[in-house]
Design a protein around this ligand. Structure first.
Ligand code: FAD
Length: 407
C-alpha cells in the first residue's frame, strides 16, 4: 500500500468555538460509515467553528481562498468582522479542484482533495453545515488490482478495503465545499487578485497585482510556504519564515493523470478499476458510481514519479501513463478517448502538493510559521496537525480566526 499522509491530530477547539465533536454528533451519523447523508438540515447558526459576536469589529483582509482562508473569512464575517478575501486564481478552492472536462456529462474527477476519513470532523462538520451529501469513496463491488514486481493480482474488496479506512467523498465534487463558503461570502471574495505587497504599520495596506490597495486592521496570509516569497512584506518576515519560504521547509510533489475511456473495458474481467502498483501509483476509477458507458481512470503519483511525468508535456504525460497501464490493463489504449493531467508543482499558485517537512525542519520552523508578525497572521494546511488534508487547512483557518477575533 502506498503510504498516505499522516492521520489527523486534531487541535483542542478554541474556547470561543462550540465543541466540534458535539457539533458532529448533532449532525448525526458521522461516526459510523457506509452511506452518510448530511441532507438533514442543521440549524443555520451551527458550524464547527462558530465564534461569539465580535465586541470590536475589525477590518480583515484574507489572502487566499483555499479551505483555510475561506473558513476563517466565513467565521470572522459571521462574527461581525468586515472581511475581504483576495484570491490570485479566477476560482476559489485552491488545492480543492474538481475537473469536469474533457469528460462525459455528469462525470468528474478530483485533481486535489478527494477522500475524507471518518475522523475528519471539521471537513465532515462543514459539509453537514452546508447540507452537502456524502457518498462512499471506494466501491464495495468488483476486484481491486495489485501489480508488483511484474506480478498482477486481483484482490477481493473485503481484503483490499480492510487496508483502507472507510473514506467518503462529497457528492457532486469536492469543490462544492469551497463553493458553499464562497456563496455565503458573496462579493467579499475578490478573485483574479494576486497580492504582491503587504505593508504593516498602525494599519495594514495590502496591494494586489492590479494596483488596488486594501487597508485593514489585520491580514491573514494563507498561501503555501513556497509562495510567501512572491509577496513583498514590510517589515520583512522573520528569519524562520524566510528560511522556510526559500526552500527550508520540504513539500511533497503530486501529479494526477486522467484518462477517459469509451468503455469500462476492465469490467469484462470483473475489475472495478481501482488498485495500487509499485510504479508506484494509486489507480482510481472516479466515475465508478456515475452513469454511462464511459469511465475515467486516473493515476495518482508522487515524488520522483510525479517529477518524471511533469517533465513531459500534457499529451505525452497521458501517452506515458497509457503505455504503462498496458502492463496490467492490456488493450487499454484501444479504448482511449482523451486525457488530461494536473501537476501541483507546475501550478503557479501552489508550486507543490502539500507540506511534508523533515522532523528537523518541523521542529525548527513549524511553530514559527504559525506565529503572527504584528497584525499579520498565518494559516494553511502546512500549519496544522493534519498536513495534506482539508481538515488540517480548516483547523488552521479556525485557529487563526480565533487569534484575530480574540485579540
Ligand atoms: C494531490 C492532492 C491530493 C489531496 N488529497 C486530499 C484528500 O483526499 N483529502 C483531503 O482532505 N485533502 C487532500 N488534499 C489536501 C487539501 O487539498 C489541502 O490540504 C487544502 O486544500 C489546502 O488548503 P489551504 O487553504 O491550506 O491552501 P490552498 O488550497 O493552496 O489555498 C491557498 C490559496 O492562496 C492562493 N494564493 C496563492 N498566492 C496568492 C497571492 N499572492 N495572492 C492571493 N492569493 C494567493 C491560491 O491560489 C490558493 O487558492 C490533497 C491535496 C493534493 C495537492
Amino acid at each position: 500500500m502506498i503510504a498516505d499522509r499522516p492521520e489527523a491530530i486534531l487541535a483542542t477547539p478554541d474556547s470561543r468555538t462550540i465543541n466540534r465533536r458535539d457539533f458532529v454528533r448533532r449532525v448525526g451519523g458521522l461516526a459510523g460509515l457506509g452511506l452518510i447523508s448530511c441532507s438533514s438540515p442543521v440549524e443555520p447558526e451551527d458550524s464547527p467553528g462558530t465564534l461569539t459576536p465580535a465586541d470590536q469589529p475589525l477590518r480583515v483582509v484574507v489572502v487566499g481562498a483555499g479551505m483555510s482562508g475561506l473558513v476563517a473569512a466565513y467565521e470572522l464575517s459571521r462574527a461581525g468582522h468586515d472581511v475581504t478575501v483576495l484570491e490570485a486564481r479566477e476560482r476559489v478552492g485552491g488545492r480543492v479542484l474538481t475537473v469536469r472536462s474533457p469528460f462525459a456529462s455528469g462525470h468528474s474527477v478530483e485533481a486535489g482533495a478527494a477522500r475524507i476519513p471518518p475522523e475528519h470532523d471539521l471537513t465532515l462538520g462543514y459539509a453537514g453545515h452546508f447540507g452537502l451529501e456524502l457518498d462512499r469513496f471506494y466501491p464495495e463491488d468488483g476486484l481491486f488490482l495489485r501489480y508488483e514486481n511484474g506480478e498482477r493480482a486481483t484482490i477481493p474488496p473485503s481484503s483490499f478495503l480492510s487496508e483502507w479506512p472507510d473514506f467518503v467523498k462529497i457528492r457532486g465534487g469536492s469543490d462544492r465545499l469551497p463553493a458553499a463558503f464562497a456563496a455565503e461570502l458573496g462579493d467579499r471574495v475578490v478573485t483574479a487578485s494576486a497580492v504582491t505587497d503587504i505593508v504593516a504599520g498602525s494599519t495594514v495596506t495590502t496591494t494586489a497585482r492590479d494596483g488596488q490597495s486594501y487597508e485593514s486592521d489585520r491580514v491573514l496570509v494563507t498561501v503555501p510556504v513556497p509562495l510567501l516569497s512572491s509577496i513583498r512584506f514590510s517589515p520583512a518576515l522573520s528569519s524562520a519564515k524566510t528560511e522556510a519560504m526559500n526552500g527550508g521547509f520540504h513539500y511533497q510533489s503530486a501529479t494526477r493523470v486522467f484518462v477517459r475511456f469509451r468503455t469500462r473495458f476492465w469490467e469484462a474481467e470483473g475489475l472495478n478499476g481501482w488498485g495500487t502498483t509499485d510504479w508506484p501509483e494509486e489507480l482510481w476509477h472516479s466515475t465508478w458510481d456515475a452513469q454511462g458507458p464511459e469511465g475515467v481512470l486516473l493515476t495518482y503519483v508522487r515524488g520522483a514519479r510525479a517529477d518524471e511525468l511533469d517533465a513531459l508535456d500534457g499529451d505525452a504525460r497521458v501517452s506515458r501513463v497509457l503505455a504503462h497501464w498496458e502492463d496490467y490493463l492490456p488493450g487499454a489504449s484501444a479504448h482511449f478517448a482523451s486525457g488530461t493531467s494536473h501537476s501541483w508543482q507546475r501550478d503557479p499558485w501552489s508550486r507543490a502538493a502539500w507540506a511534508e517537512p523533515t522532523p528537523t525542519q518541523d521542529a525548527e520552523l513549524g511553530s514559527a510559521l504559525a506565529r503572527p508578525e504584528g497584525p499579520v497572521h498565518f494559516a494553511g494546511e502546512h500549519i496544522s496537525g493534519a498536513r495534506g488534508w482539508m481538515n488540517g487547512a480548516l483547523e488552521s483557518g479556525l485557529r487563526a480566526a480565533g487569534e484575530i477575533h480574540g485579540g
